[in-house]
Design a protein around this ligand. Sequence first.
Ligand code: TYC
Length: 109
Amino acid sequence: MSDFHPFFHHDYDDDLSVLDAQPKLKKPPLYRVILLNDDFTPMDFVIEILVSFFGMSEEQATAIMLQVHTRGVGICGTYSKDVAETKVYLVNSHAFENNHPLKCTMEEL
Ligand code: TYC
């Protein structure tokens, strides 16, 4: 069925002609997962989150934590929508369960 073509229309002369199919696949959007600063969450707790949920080394995690601390926000990583949503949910749940106000969010690239 290699030359099967799904889109047809009738010409006024009642011939059958073939329309080119439009490409219909788009690349799925990507999302940045963002960590927000606050005045209360301990620095070590933030570093542990970056290591355990985002696979960073201690050095990477410390650099990102300090960036969030000094600039207010920092990027944890870029993911598909469902992976980003899951990371945001896991980080916010973990912070809440440990009574820290740390917040994580996401934004489309
Ligand atoms: N500002 C916090 C403190 O001084 C540290 C911190 C860093 C909190 C990053 C949240 O996302 C954050 N203990």
